[in-house]
Ligand binder design. Sequence first.
Ligand code: HEM
Length: 538
Amino acid sequence: MTANNERLSKDKQLDQYRSLDKGKKMTTNQGLKISEDEHSLKAGSRGPTLMEDFHFREKMTHFDHERIPERVVHARGFAAHGEFELYESMKAYTKAAFLQKPGSKTPVFTRFSTVAGSRGSAETVRDVRGFAVKFYTEEGNYDLVGNNMPVFFIQDAIKFPDLIHAVKPEPHNEMPQAASAHDTFWDFVANNQESAHMIMWHLSDRAIPRSFRMMEGFGVHTFRFVNAEGKAHFVKFHWKPKLGVHSLVWDEAQKISGKDPDFHRRDLWEAIENGDFVEFELGVQLIDEKDEFMFDFDILDPTKIWPEEQVPVKIIGKMTLNRNVDNVFAETEQVAFHPGHVVPGIDFTNDPLLQGRLFSYTDTQLIRLGGPNFHELPINRPVCPFHNNQRDGYGRQTINVGQVSYHKNSLADNTPSTSSEEEGGYVHYEEKVEGRKIQARSDSFKDHFSQAKLFWNSMSKTEKKHIVDAFSFEVGKVKNKEIRQQVVDMFANVDVGLATAVAEAVGAEFPTDVEESQVTETSPALSQLTTAKLPNTR
Ligand code: HEM
């Protein structure tokens, strides 16, 4: 199949489901032509509506069931279609078919999102942005479900429900929509100090992107590339926007939230409508398996980056988003991403956050999309055929033919068979695993501040000021005095000047009990940086 045919194949597939109603006669769902759509059937001109008005019943019933649950996180999102073109063969590292031939093109569907807000929330809030890409490859769907920041708040998936409970509006009054401006969020941070590095990103300008077109994307986790010879490399994925990385300033972000809550989707939609297509280059960082322990951090720790000076990013291809959706519900809302959707040549690692994610996505989609057949929805269908012995369930569309629906059997010649590795069958990487069952990770997982400090030190003076202002604003909204103090003390581990400036702004004590080594020459001057002296009230 040539590259362009692949692109057409997803479009053609979607074409079969497009409903063009213009010029058509209105019918019921049973195909019956409708003569009256403004008045229900009544007993006499002033009487009650009659149950026998099947059109009224059908119309109303369908409307009553239009809403589905929003995503438990990343509810507010916007998506577009496009293609991924490979620049350079990755054959030496992975056997993934879509990464073999320079110039080959793979259709993609990409959804950007905020994390905390509900489906109708404003888009320019301070938050992490989701960056999820579905590659419709000839070997099946590959999903790269990333964020616009390279690290995460927690190291182990078991804490994800706690994190999100702390981030979302507080349960007793469902306030505030703003993820990081309330007591439970900062209480979580102060009591789960592995979040320090992510918090630095979260309070930086990265959390208020100018546009979805102007932010980076990161796979965050360490994945594994496996080549045809069975040799593996650790890999991290990066998306680099061709327009560069640009952010709003906080004052703009707040004003835009009020004036145009749809600012980011409008920007993306209009760019594509105007033919100003949206481009991101895909980069990979690669580490040979034998070098796994060469670093002073654990390369499987999702709160750590691989510094680019140590492991350079190699650009391997480009994604172009060039077509808006026809219908937001059918496509953007019904799309189901999953970090466990992989193709031969791409595998997982023992990153404990990734391992838990592998469970969570299908589990939530079973309820969000109403049963086990959501892979049959047009947007989720792979462009290659799929066959197995799964049957039935709500909304089943496939009419499986034949008597037998189990493997193995002697009765039928119509059931699907498995594929060998040579035939393209997915074979899990044979990683050697040893040790005892425990719940802890390596000691370097306990180093929560080195990379947070690295991030802080890499900031310009203006960027540092923005971070101090963000801390001051967000922590300034925390009502509980002890939490404000805990946060100040925690971030003294990153930089005393930062913590002192925040303490000043939020009415906390200056950090005490600070190790000598934390006091840097530039630190004291930072307390002059903050302009935000905010009252500790909402
Ligand atoms: C969405 C769980 C960490 C990126 C979701 C959803 C769940 C979830 C349940 C909703 C899915 C749906 O309804 O279709 C988790 C868990 C995590 C975790 C349990 C950690 C243990 C992460 C991380 C990233 C990430 C580290 C980024 C690397 C996303 C994105 C979406 C999403 C981009 C939205 C996908 C879309 O646009 O439909 N996550 N997540 N998540 N998650 Fe995670």
